[in-house]
Design a protein around this ligand. Sequence first.
Ligand SMILES: [Fe+2]
Length: 364
Amino acid sequence: MNVMQKVLVNNVIPGSIISRDVYSKDGIILVSRGVAFREHFVKHFNEAGVKEIFVEENGQMTKDTMNHIRKSLHINDIVHEKTISQAQTQIKKTMIKISAAGSVNIARIGKLVEEIIDQLLEKQEFVFALSQLRSVDDYTYRHSVNVGVLSLVIGIDMSLDRDALRNLGIGAILHDIGKAVVPEDILKKPSSLTKEEFAEIKKHTDYGYEILKRTDVAEEAAQIALNHHEKYDGTGYQKGLKGTNIPLFSRIVAIADAYDAMSNDRVYQKKLSPDKVFKEITHLGDKHFDCEIMEKFARHLSIYPTGTGVILNTNHRGIVLRQNKLYPESPVVRVFRDERKDIRNLYVDIDLSITKHLYIANTF
Ligand SMILES: [Fe+2]
């Protein structure tokens, strides 16, 4: 006898065999048992008021299964994709046009920063996932926007007023504007840099400050370009400022900059998985960054974002379904039956915050 299971229509994997006739609320037969579930049934069944159906258990976890479940997960954007891509385009235009003697037309960037602030303030709380901010194409420009968004997340957590948020957002988005006047062949050089080349790259902080000084932005925004490579322990550049001698906004942007850089492929280094970024960046907390700000930032980080593939200590594979706010390392995971078939159903949803013997050992 086939084992069957009741599954939410939205979660049925296409190809699953329907094991009981499906009726509408009015008692009209929609599909007979034995039929393979097809993607368009979801809409059809939802319209007929059918929320759950019975399907035969088949127990296979394929890539398609994974992708299907990922697609069905509801992931909220913390900032609309449209706004992000508009900001990205704007930065790109600005950086291409700028020359060493130039200034930036701030009106459009200012308006986009206002939009980002509005969208973030609309959220009651936000835990963000890397996947939501991940670079899709042009790393430099996307990175600039990501750093703006992440800095504003911290600024809002610190209850900065609206003017301060605006200045922080503008300075954060333009933090690397000085790179526009560093020769591209040095910036994109795939092999290691000579001393002179590295010295030239380091100058982007000075160049950026000079450009923003000629632009209609607040001094504290311009200072971000100048000081965002300073480190809390005094080992950064240009001046080697230490601790709270580094202006607050630059301490915020330094964290956002490092976080986004680690989360993306760069010229020299492959991106790290979210859990590794979390470990790495919090580990650097007392050396490179202001610990108090880091704590605030870490509260908004999703270690295992929804949709992440995880491997438990028992070697079972699964996908993160949702977060546990108080236990970010222990999300709710949909675990699939493996080859040993020791999980009876096709999958089982496990809340890792209440199952002490299970934990995430790795990601995939
Ligand atoms: Fe930089």
